[in-house]
Write a protein that binds this ligand. Structure first.
Ligand code: SAH
Ligand code: DHB
Ligand code: MG
Length: 220
């Protein structure tokens, strides 16, 4: 099946199972008007993140890579009363669009968008730990570093998810010099050796092409 078929099936899934969502439609419109690239997770993937957050009973969520807050909104919608989400974003422009989208979603009180290079922000977050769920979706070059930081900020049993770990199959190109592929392969090597995590990766196809997520649990 072709990419076109994947897109059509994603549209079918969204139509059957996700229903109308004016808040998320408005967020995507806000992103486009703000000139942000359309590299958010798909709607079906966003709902998967949402369900995983609910299944894990997450009260405290960390996101690395906000863009316009599309994935943030899906995750924050899973929080119970009193739950909190911190999302890290390097671009002040993206953060501004995200804050508006998040406010429009009625989630401003639960969500903080923090601007700066995520590696720097993560270093200062010890007193905000532990997190129950971490979603990593920023510069792929740093994915191994982000997972290491996430382990340090997570409770035993926490869920760590990483987006874009398949890259149209590019991940298996050992000869690649593309920094994002190199970074992704470094992530897999780190995960293989990391005894504090139990991990897998799941390939996905859909509106965002052929890609995948790493899913890992912090051992107790
Ligand atoms: N999670 C979003 C998509 C994020 S796109 C969603 O699915 O809706 C990746 C984002 O990571 C971009 O907004 C980019 O500006 C940001 N980013 C890139 N490098 C970063 C860094 N070093 N620190 C923090 N954010 C970074
Ligand atoms: C890119 C980043 C993402 O997080 C994504 O889901 C797709 C593409 C990118 O940087 O091109
Ligand atoms: Mg992504």
């Amino acid at each position: 099946m072709t990419d076109r078929g994947w897109e059509a099936v994603d549209a079918y899934i969204a139509g059957q199972l996700l229903g109308p969502d004016p808040v998320l439609d408005a967020a995507l419109k806000g992103n486009a008007e703000g000139g942000l690239p359309a590299i958010d997770v798909s709607a079906a993937q966003g709902k998967m993140l949402h369900l995983l957050a609910r299944i894990s009973g997450a009260r405290h969520i960390l996101e690395v890579g906000t863009l316009g807050g599309f994935s943030t909104i899906w995750l924050a919608r899973a929080l119970p009363e009193g739950g909190r989400l911190v999302t890290l974003e390097i671009s002040p422009t993206h953060a501004e669009v995200a804050r508006a989208n998040i406010a429009h979603a009625g989630l401003a009180e639960k969500v903080e968008v923090r601007v700066g290079p995520a590696l720097e922000s993560l270093k200062t977050m010890g007193d905000e730990a532990p997190f129950d769920l971490v979603f990593i979706d920023a510069d792929k070059e740093n994915n191994a570093n982000y997972v290491q930081a996430a382990i340090g900020l997570s409770r035993p049993g926490a869920l760590i998810l990483v987006d874009n770990v398949v890259r149209g199959g590019g991940v298996i190109d050992a000869a690649s010099t593309e920094p994002r592929i190199v970074g992704t392969r470094k992530l897999f090597e780190m995960l293989q050796a990391e005894e504090r995590l139990e991990a897998t990766a799941i390939q996905t196809v859909g509106a965002k092409g052929w890609d995948g997520f790493v899913m890992a649990v912090v051992k107790g």
